[in-house]
Design a protein around this ligand. Sequence first.
Ligand SMILES: *[C@@H]1O[C@H](CO)[C@@H](O)[C@H](O)[C@H]1NC(C)=O
Ligand SMILES: *[C@@H]1O[C@H](CO)[C@@H](O)[C@H](O)[C@H]1NC(C)=O
Length: 214
Amino acid sequence: MKFFKIIVLFTLFVPFSIAEFNVVDYCVSNLKLPKTPAGYPCVNPDKLTSDDFVFTGFRNSGNFTIFNSAVVPATDETFPALNGLDLAMSRIDIAVGGVVPIHTHRVSEIIIVIEGTIIAGFIGTNNTAYYKILNKYDVMIFPHTLLHFQVNVGDTPALAFVSLNSANPGFQTVSVALGANDLPTEIISKITLLDEQQVRRLKSIFGGTNQYIA
Ligand SMILES: *[C@@H]1O[C@H](CO)[C@@H](O)[C@H](O)[C@H]1NC(C)=O
Ligand SMILES: *[C@@H]1O[C@H](CO)[C@@H](O)[C@H](O)[C@H]1NC(C)=O
């Protein structure tokens, strides 16, 4: 029986996994294997080259959304070398008048503005808002889990980079979460005090179903 358990454990962790991470220094995601709560299993370290540790995805902006902003995430899925390292980054472009809508994630974030002028802020759990105009090279932090946002208040496009202390930070944007789900409009209206018409508008924009089911 004991032998059987050893075999099972061995099989689970073959070929390489986060579990032996502390002895291999790094564990580049093997995106072909399923993600676990601890991250992805590792690519065989013998197969890695310098290129596996370099991300070139920040050379261009991402795709602009209805919020007139674009995010390029570097997480364990887009930059597999981040797997297990408790680090992620994003490039953020905000057009004139655009915003990064109010959102939350599991971990803390630090932003540095490279171009333009933004108002960045977060709301504490006692509902105090901390917000400030940030200019080129200014840095601000958004403590873990708190709702936060950025608004381009300048007359030129804004460019910023953020770093987060997880390779898999999770992203939940309030209006998208409210508009993209399948809850009946009436329930969302009740649990938010938003008018049903407003809820249907969010559902139309973000693809939520059950607009007319009570
Ligand atoms: C932008 O959209 C294109 C086309 O849908 C897609 O291939 C590309 O991966 C997107 N870029 C980013 C950074 O999400
Ligand atoms: C929230 O906490 C901050 C920091 O302790 C304090 O200055 C502020 O008065 C509090 N606000 C409310 C509404 O309780």
